[in-house]
Design a protein around this ligand. Structure first.
Ligand code: PBG
Length: 342
């Protein structure tokens, strides 16, 4: 006898069949994390033997070039293939225009030369921006007073300087340059500058979709790049706008960006999905400092399982459509994966 109640119900799929065992779950998992898809960001300071903790980012250090090399060697041994270099300069080396960014002897160029001298098989990506080098902490030289009542960044002058910074990095050995300043036309300006100097093989990873975000707070400690007045909303994007993200990224691809990036990460999973569906360029997500700090702080308080939250967040970027993730968790996640997923 069939149960009259059951037979009158519509057939319900038994989703739980494929969740019954760890082996079944592995079989149908759509995403498997791989350290080769993590990029390790590094903050570089002048000197030797320097390893200075960043207060708001537990386990992250400002490193002198020699220490950075050791860090990269360790990361390579853990299966990571790429690093992102940020230069941090002392306050007395900063000026209005950020000239230290263009010095071929600065920490970024020094680290690149060390890397290349040792023939390390790492993809060396460099951040192109001036906020770490200007006395005012904005992302390029300033123009006149903007509508918000304070001086804003001079777009076209900054593009020219970014091209020079890119050539310096390429000459020192960068594989990829990553402009993060959100200047209009920055990708074509940098491409033209690189090509004219003979660096046709140097790739551009554009911070194509970068919102003016509160989640960059800890980075500004780590890189000493907090703006001394105003904010970045006259050049970084307004996070209340979604459709503009596709236009920004498409413009960067049209100008010659080889890879496009969305930043911050977790607050922008919808945009990763939009770009994945609308564009074919390789797509990166940046899990920024504030996202890292939140997980670390909650974990330190015993409010969540930090390891599980880290791995879940990294899966989320891939599920949203990212090909790879720039993350301060790169090494910790690589080690967690080696130990096996929970
Ligand atoms: C700008 C830059 C920033 C970050 C990466 N590149 C800071 C900013 O725009 O204020 C933030 C990264 C992070 O928060 O981890 N050079």
């Amino acid at each position: 006898m069939t149960d009259p109640l059951r037979s009158s119900l519509p057939a319900s799929p038994r989703f739980r069949r494929l969740r019954r065992s760890a082996a079944l779950r592995e079989l149908v998992a759509e995403i498997r994390l791989d350290p080769a898809r993590f990029v390790l960001p590094l903050f570089l300071v002048p000197g030797r033997g320097q390893r200075l903790p960043v207060a708001s980012m537990p386990c992250v250090f400002q490193l002198s070039p020699d220490e950075a090399i050791r860090e990269i060697e360790a990361a390579l041994a853990e299966g990571i293939c790429a690093c992102l270099l940020f230069g941090v300069v002392p306050a007395d080396q900063k000026d209005e225009r950020g000239n230290a960014a263009l010095d071929p002897e600065n920490v970024v160029c020094e680290t690149l030369r060390l890397l290349r001298g040792k023939n390390l098989p790492v993809v060396a990506i460099t951040d192109l921006c001036f906020c770490e080098y200007t006395s005012h902490g904005h992302c390029g030289p300033l123009a006149g007073i903007g509508r918000d009542g304070f001086r804003t960044v001079d777009n076209d002058a900054t593009v020219g300087l970014l091209a020079r910074q890119a050539v310096n990095h390429a000459r020192a050995g960068a594989d990829v340059v990553a402009p993060s300043g959100m200047m209009d036309g920055m990708v074509s300006g940098i491409r033209a500058g690189l090509d004219a100097a003979g660096f046709t093989d140097t790739a551009i990873l554009s911070y194509a979709v970068k919102y003016a975000s509160a989640f960059y707070g800890p980075f500004r400690d780590a890189a000493g790049s907090a703006p001394s007045f105003g904010d970045r909303r006259s050049y970084q994007m307004d996070f209340r706008r979604r459709r503009e993200a596709v236009a920004e990224a498409a413009a960067d691809v049209a100008q010659g960006a080889d890879i496009i990036m969305v930043k911050p990460g977790m607050p922008c999973l919808d945009l990763l999905r939009d770009l994945r569906e609308r564009l074919d360029a390789p797509l990166a997500a940046y899990q920024v400092s504030g996202e890292y700090a939140m997980i670390k702080a909650a974990s330190a308080n015993g409010w969540l399982d930090g390891r599980a939250a880290m791995l879940e967040s990294l899966v989320a970027f891939h599920r949203a459509g990212a090909d790879f993730v720039l993350t301060y968790f790169a090494r910790e996640a690589a080690r967690a994966l080696r130990e096996g997923e929970p």
